[in-house]
Design a protein around this ligand. Structure first.
Ligand code: BTN
Length: 270
């Protein structure tokens, strides 16, 4: 699975109608129902030069996950996409996914006291169950990043019984962890504030500091893992996440393999 997808220009479609502003200076367009907030965000970004724009939806009919998967997006979740126009090189776009995951971890910890972990490249987990997924897509022309869309899906006020059978044992939600529903508006405001802080640090050249912070939640590091991607399966120790955000695996034969996309699963030792 690619952590970062480069998309091609597509057809026009409708423009968002409703606008509200949050305290964090992000302009928020709120929809009841869309196919995918990432799709709407890309359409909007191609039309104008808006920066720090958020597309938010109550439900998505075709929520996109990584590797072409569907993202289950019923009412009660926080489904949003952030449009940014950073001055970065293509290979640095992955950094935005990292700072978004960090913002989720920080927000969930300070607001609800929940202890989370990050699984490379961008899953936020609680006790091994997925709370949030992130899909970052960049529009690149002639090797230059025109805009980036960071799609975040957070399972907020969703009872686990609502998830499809095949997902039930692998997911969690804030409602499930806290034991009651929470205020999504406050969660969004805090999330955008934390994201903005991280984004500012990134723009100030503090990537090393941010990556160090990210690693402090990356509990898979040092463990035996299996990485699956469309080309291969790699087994070994999760050795390092390098400065490009790539995962380095140390195979049992001692060879270090750098991986830029894939699904990580922890391996049970006998
Ligand atoms: C993953 O597979 O883990 C990534 C899931 C990303 C889901 C979010 S929900 C909001 C945004 N819109 C989409 O269609 N996908 C992302």
């Amino acid at each position: 699975m690619r952590a970062l997808a480069v998309e091609m220009p597509q057809k026009k479609s409708q423009i968002p109608k409703e606008v509200q502003y949050s305290s964090s200076n992000y302009k928020i367009y709120r929809y009841e129902d869309v196919s995918s907030t990432n799709k709407v965000a890309k359409q909007l970004a191609r039309r104008n030069d808006g920066d720090k724009v958020v597309i938010l939806a109550e439900t998505q009919t075709k929520g996109k996950g990584r590797l072409g998967r569907r993202w289950f997006s019923p009412k009660g979740g926080l489904w949003l996409s952030i449009i940014l126009r950073p001055e970065i090189r293509v290979k640095e776009a992955l950094r935005l996914t990292f700072i978004a995951a960090l913002a989720v971890v920080e927000t969930v910890k300070t607001m609800y006291g929940l202890k989370t972990e990050i699984k490379w490249p961008n899953d936020v987990l609680i006790n091994g169950k997925k709370l949030c997924g992130i899909l970052t897509e960049a529009s690149v022309e002639h090797g230059i990043v025109k805009f980036v869309v960071i799609g975040l899906g957070i399972n907020v006020n969703i009872g686990l019984e609502l998830f499809p059978k095949q997902l039930k044992s692998t997911v969690t939600s804030i409602k499930h962890e806290v034991g009651s529903e929470v205020k999504r508006a406050a969660l969004l405001t805090n999330l955008l504030q934390n994201f903005e802080q991280n984004y500012t640090l990134l723009q100030q050249g503090k990537w090393t500091v941010l990556l160090k912070e990210w690693k402090s939640f990356a509990t898979f590091l040092g463990k035996q893992v299996q990485v699956t991607n469309p080309d291969e399966i790699i087994i070994g120790k999760a050795w390092e996440v390098d400065t490009d955000g790539a995962l380095v695996i140390k195979r049992d034969d001692g060879v270090l393999k750098k991986i830029i996309s894939g699904d990580v699963t922890l391996r049970q030792l006998p």
